[in-house]
Write a protein that binds this ligand. Structure first.
Ligand code: FRU
Length: 460
């Protein structure tokens, strides 16, 4: 898989579609794979939802519940809005291979029909013209499509999902432009009755630590134009491996995000066998104001508490001690969560280790106010010279103590610092599971509230 697509919540089921090539473990003719879940944790793979057709293969897009039957496919029909990518047109340098199309389902997503009037948004002359994210804009009572158009975002409006009118463009002179803009999302949050809008824009390459990444802007959206409050470029995640992430539609006030845990710099060559590519943990997004500016804060969804069980709590550990959790708690489980707090004016490191001398370190450098992940010694990196790296992230939080939680799986780490104001997600390929964690800080500065929990796997 690559991008998550068409995430929509409907009648108690979370639908997750995804960019999928059923015939290979590398990118190829794209389909929409499909998985469903009742709790965002246990997923069941469903038959492929969308297959390539005469208009092209099925690139990324979104899905909505059409409650009032604006499109005429039926009350509460699920409607997918996606990019058709025409490989024949793509072979011509001057070709315009991408346009937007619809498919719908009236049986809870089990079967899908393509709309016979496809494409609904023909290509206006922009080669990169893709990844529609559609939402219902209540105030202006219309559908709004946020579309990636080369290195900008174009907003379109529609009463019925079939006829689209251009509203405005965003992106000139603002944001990161090291690569093409892809997979955008426009979401709102409530701040005391006022809406704060966040525009997520994935781009590839051009992320702060190289390759693919997700930037975002905070501002106002009036149904036509997005106006950012400032010109800062903010990043959803500073790790190398959280790309193409967007949020579920139809989840009320919740903003639930999931990303693809990979990077186009090496996505097609990571050393896996029967499958390649996975999602991040589902994350709930919120906003927080720091020094007068709004930021996104990401946290793993609270549903995860149902599969989390406490293993060890250490109220206080001197940073100078170099504490091995294997020594105090025994071998670690394969999937776990570690929480800790440390004073922000001191440097610390959390190193995951195995007995093959492989390790990955997450840490904080107090003088630079930066977090980092060092995976240069994390195991196999021979498959790509871009893979071994030491990556860093600024601290955005401003509290005197740093709280971090690290969510570790056999081949990934997801770090949330300061309640998720800074997030870092990275994958790794050790020859053996990391079964020890070593905490190392500075003498006299205490790690507090150190808490190790087991996360029970939800698949075999
Ligand atoms: C992002 C992306 C999208 C495109 C899809 C194709 O990873 O390049 O822009 O729709 O992947 O698989």
């Amino acid at each position: 898989m690559n991008d998550p697509n068409g995430m929509v919540y409907h009648n108690g089921t979370y639908h997750l579609f995804f960019q999928h090539n059923p015939d290979s473990t590398v990118w190829g003719p794209m389909h929409w794979g499909h998985a469903t879940s009742q709790d965002l944790l246990h997923w069941e793979e469903q038959p492929i939802a969308l297959f390539p057709d005469s208009l092209g293969t099925i690139f990324s897009g979104s899905a909505v519940v059409d409650k009032d039957n604006t499109a005429g496919f039926g009350n509460n029909a699920l409607v997918a809005i996606f990019t058709h990518h025409n490989h024949t047109l793509a072979q011509n340098q001057a070709g315009l291979p991408q346009y937007q199309s619809l498919a719908y389902s009236t049986d809870e997503g089990k079967t899908w029909a393509k709309y016979e009037g496809n494409p609904v948004l023909p290509n206006p002359g922009i080669r990169d013209f893709r990844d529609p994210k559609v939402m219902w804009h209540e105030e202006s009572e219309k559908w709004v499509m946020t579309l990636a158009t080369k290195q900008s975002i174009t907003f379109y409006g529609s009463p019925n999902l079939k006829e689209w009118t251009k509203l405005s463009e965003f992106g000139e002179g603002i944001g990161a432009h090291g690569g093409v803009w892809e997979c955008p999302d426009l979401i709102s949050f409530d701040d005391q009755g006022k809406k704060i809008w966040v525009l997520i824009v994935n781009l590839n390459p051009g992320a702060p630590n190289g390759g693919s990444g997700g930037q975002y802007f905070v501002g106002d959206f009036d149904g036509t134009t997005f106006r950012p409050f400032d010109t800062d470029t903010r990043w959803l995640d500073f790790g190398r491996d959280n790309y193409a992430g967007v949020t579920w539609s139809n989840t009320g006030n919740r903003r639930i995000f999931i990303g693809w845990m990979n990077n186009w710099e090496y996505a097609n060559v990571v050393p896996t066998e029967t499958w390649r590519g996975a999602t991040t943990l589902p994350r709930e997004l919120g906003i927080e104001k720091i020094n007068g500016k709004w930021y996104l804060a990401s946290q793993p969804v609270p549903e995860l508490s149902a599969i989390t069980s406490s293993l060890q709590k250490l109220p206080s550990v001197d940073g100078g001690e170099s504490l091995s959790l294997k020594a105090t708690a025994g071998n670690l489980p394969e999937t776990y969560r570690l929480d800790l707090t440390y004073p922000a004016d001191h440097t610390f490191e959390v190193t995951l280790k195995n007995d093959a001398n492989e390790q990955i370190t997450f840490g904080y450098a107090a003088t630079e106010r930066r977090f980092f992940i060092d995976r240069t010694l994390a195991g196999n990196h021979a498959f790509s010279e871009k893979f071994a790296s030491k990556d860093s992230a600024p601290r955005i939080g401003d509290q005197p103590e740093i709280r971090v939680s690290l969510w570790v799986d056999v081949a990934s780490i997801e770090v949330f610092a300061d309640d998720g104001l800074t997030a870092m997600t990275e994958i790794f390929f050790p020859s053996r599971v990391y079964d020890d964690i070593v905490l190392q800080g500075q003498s006299g500065a205490m790690f507090t509230d150190v808490h190790l929990s087991r996360i029970s796997p939800t698949t075999n």
